[in-house]
Structure formats: C-alpha cells, structure tokens
Design a protein around this ligand. Structure first.
Ligand code: PGA
Length: 260
C-alpha cells in the first residue's frame, strides 16, 4: 500500500522565493521508486507559488493547513473550502493541536470544518492526540488513558459525519499526533503509535461505520526514525512538521518508502 507523507510547513518559510526553493528541492530529490503520495501544506500565501511547481508534477499534491466552514460572507480573514479547491488544493489539515492551543479552536469548530471540507470535496487530514500523558493523571495504563482521550476527541470532531460523505481514496485521514511529541524530538514509540492507529481504525469503524480509515503518525518524525513508523502495517503514513522544512530530511523520508 502506498503511504501518505504530508509536510506541514506551519508558519514557514517567510518568503515565497524560499517556498519555491523548498518545493523545487523536494521535486528534484524524489527517486523513481518511492511508494508514497506526497502532500505539501504551505501557508495560504504560498499556495499559488507552490502550485505553479506541483501542478506539473503528478508526484506531489497540494494541501492547506486550515479552512473555514462557511462558503462566503462576513468572516474577515477566513478562507472557504471552495476557495481552496479553486486554488488547486486537494488536502486540508484540520484541528491541529497548535490551532486548538493558540487560537482557541474547539471540537465544535473542528467538527464544522471537517463536515464543510468533505462537502466541498476536499480530502481531510484530521489531527487528534493526547496532551502530555502525565497530564492525564496516570502512571500506569498510559496508553489506555490516551486512547480514551483520542476517542472522546474523535467522537466530537466527527459528530454527524455520514458514511456517504467519505467516499474515494483517502478522503478522510486521521493523524495521530500526541501533543507531547510535536516539535520536541521525543517521538512516540512506533509500537505505541501502531497500537493507537489500530484503536483509531476500530473506533471509527464501530462508532461511525467508517471502515479502514487511513491513520498517520505525527510528532518528531525525521529521516532517521521515519521507517520505523512507516513499516508498520497499521500506520498509513506520516505528518511531518520541522523535518519537512529540510529538503534532505524530507527527501529521505519519501525515498525510504521504496523499501516498504
Ligand atoms: P513535528 O510536527 O514533526 O515538528 O513534531 C508535527 C506536526 O505538528 O504536524
């Protein structure tokens, strides 16, 4: 199975010239035999510049880091699903923990965004993950408590979702991102990430009748540890932050998929 490798550039790089250099380096660095769908999610202002390069390159798809739930109206600063679609965007990340933390994004808002994006035909990458496990007040059974947390989050974020709205390959993808692993260099153990991915698939099948949803792992993935996640059958790909800004690291992660 092809893995999905998603680059979340966050608030980087500062200029579109640098964005073009970054995407150019990735395009040139990908070998013939890689076995992945690659998605680049630049900031909104760089979408056009990145799309000028990815448009001619079937190997790379364009993604956005957020979307609003309305199609138009008096919502200063927001971007609608249709606007993204007309800009060539195929995927959108929704509910990243940084937006939940810094911008007060609630599960209710995340839910509206997921439903609106699917309605517009965008492929959704929904992020879920527990905070520092110690914060959950547990010593033992950490994974069980973390599963509980993620289950509660998915219950709210996917509320009201219809099986018929999730059609087509990878139209809804869950990214398991434990918050304590994001940007810390402390990646989750691959075995725990795989167990979580299995839990998420089972949970979504049981609760929402959404079978075999692809699940990505995200949180300090880099060129060195990527294979240990990607080689797990339960893990369908990676959501990569910091390391996706380094052409050498990101190329390595993509090219490694030829070994799977
Ligand atoms: P990181 O970020 O790879 O820098 O840990 C992942 C993410 O936030 O999606």
């Amino acid at each position: 199975m092809k893995k999905l490798i998603v680059a979340n550039w966050k608030l980087n790089p500062p200029t579109h010239k640098e964005a073009e250099r970054l995407v150019g380096g990735v395009v040139r660095g990908i070998t013939k035999h890689f076995n992945a769908e690659v998605v680049l999610c630049p900031p909104f202002t760089h979408l056009y510049h990145v799309s000028r390069i990815t448009y001619h390159d079937k190997k790379i798809k364009l993604g956005a880091q957020d979307v609003f739930w309305e199609d138009g109206g008096a919502y200063t600063g927001e971007i609608s699903p249709k606007m993204l679609k007309s800009s060539g965007v195929k995927y959108v990340i929704i509910g990243h923990s940084e937006r939940r933390k810094w911008l007060g994004e609630t599960d209710e808002m995340v839910n509206k965004k997921v439903l609106a994006a699917l309605r517009a035909g965008l492929k959704v990458i929904l992020c879920a993950g527990e905070p520092e496990r110690k914060e959950l007040g547990i010593k033992n059974n950490e994974l069980r408590k973390a599963k509980n947390f993620v289950g509660q989050q998915l219950k709210k974020d996917l509320a009201g979702i219809k099986k018929s709205s999730v059609i087509g390959h990878q139209s809804l993808v869950i990214a398991y991102e434990p918050i304590w692993a994001i940007g810390t260099g402390r990646a989750c153990k691959p075995q725990d990430a795989a167990e979580m991915a299995r839990f998420i698939k089972d949970f979504c099948a049981k609760r929402f009748a959404l079978r075999d949803l692809p699940v990505l792992y995200g949180g300090s993935v880099n060129g060195k540890n990527a294979l240990s996640f990607l080689e797990r059958e339960e893990i369908d790909g990676a959501l990569v932050g910091g390391a996706s800004l380094n052409v050498g690291e990101f190329k390595k992660m993509i090219n490694i998929t030829s070994k799977i």
